[in-house]
Every structure is written in structure tokens, then in C-alpha cells.
Design a protein around this ligand. Sequence first.
Ligand SMILES: [Zn+2]
Length: 268
Amino acid sequence: MLNVRAIRAFNDNYIWLIEHSASKQVVIVDPGDATPVIDAIEQYNVTPIAILITHQHYDHINGVKQLVEQFSVPVFGQKTSLNDVITDDISDQKQLAITASFPKIAVINTPGHTPVHLSYLVEGNLFCGDTLFSAGCGRLLDHNARPIADNLRANAAQQLYSSLSSLHDLAADTHIYCAHEYTLANLHFAVAVEPDNAIIKQRLSQIKTMRDNNEISLPSTIAIELASNPFLRCTQPQVIGSAEQYSGTKLNSPLAVFTALRTWKDNF
Ligand SMILES: [Zn+2]
């Protein structure tokens, strides 16, 4: 059995600890900061066996060096030309087996937020970094977290759209652990896109209460996202209509709708 724990970092990041209950082994996902991770490892009395990196933005990797010095664990992910925190490039693997007791982890290629981005699925739990957020998705950025260059934007949008499409097809009850607490802001946008969607309105009020109490809005599930995330609903008539109204043009494909939504949200 796995136990997933959230570690809060910076303003709104989550570093995830995936704990295998029987062995007390933990895998650390996207440690942007080392100190809260070290504190959690002491508090829960667990043994780190690996670090998983979804992508190499500073708020996902800045704690890696210190954690590796302290725990001597491998760092799995996809190497990029810019940063080099990855010790084991697993981008061409479908599955990762870290120890004999820790459950196997499926590796899913999900570029688009950055040109290089992986997601990880283990026992029905998806760790998707900045690809899919609850009620939203990642922005189109380069490796330095700047907006992707104009001439690369269409390609990045296409990549992110197809990455999200591959997550669509996961089991409806898959738990989604994304890397930021953006749910409430995303739902405000979702209401603007689909004012008649009762599920979005109901979620907005529910998440608002949770956030007022400083509760974490995650995990979400694929089922919840399919019902309330506009970026996964690019074939719904009201989503198409709103995106066409925003962009002032007819949008002839789900990808065109998605790209318009991404631009709209960037400026929302
Ligand atoms: Zn990022």
C-alpha cells in the first residue's frame, strides 16, 4: 500500500512523498526545496530511495543537490541540455523498478509545459508536475520558465494538448497529484469558460471553503477533471463557443480551441 504525503514549499508548490507503507521507503517527487523534505523524512521516519523529476524548472529541482548529498539517492527524469540534476535518464523507459519492494512506476512522456516533461503513474496515483492541474493545465514555457518563443508556441500547444489527451484515457478514479495549488484560480477561469456547468460552480464553492481553511485541494481525479477542467473539454459546445468569442475567430479543431483557451488563461 502507498501513502502519498504533501510537503508544502514556496508559495504554492507541493513536493510529493510517495511512501510504501510496509517498507517505509519513500520516493520524493520534484523537491524544489530540501529543508521541508528533510524535516518530513525525519518526522515520518522513512527512508528515501529515489528522487523523481517531472521537469527541470527551479521550483522542482532546487532541493535535489542537498538531498542527494544527504541521502545518496538516484535522481530519475529526463536530461535536458541546460540543467544536469538527473543521474538516470528514464525517458525511453516505460516502467521504472527502483527496489524489490517498491511498486513499479509507469513513465509517461508529457511534454508541452516545457519541451521535456515526464509524468509518473504508480498504483493509480498520477504525479504530473506542471502538465495537468486541477481545473487547468501548465503554461507554455521554456526550460528557464520564460514564455516559449512565438515561433515555437504552436508546437508546444500541440505537444501539451496531446500530453493531456494521453492522461484523459487513464482510469477515471486515478488520483492526480500536480505540483501547485492552483485549483481555486483555475476554477474561476473555468466558470468564465463554462458559465452553465453546474459541476464547476459546485466545485468552486467547495474548493473556496477548503482553501479558506488552508486545506489542500488535491488529489483530484481524472473523473473530476473530465467534468470540470476546460482544457480537457475542448469538444464541448460551450467551451468551443467561449473560446471562439475570446479569440474572435472560428476554431475548427479541438487543438485550436485548446490553444485559444491557453492564450485566454495566460491573460485572465
Ligand atoms: Zn514548471
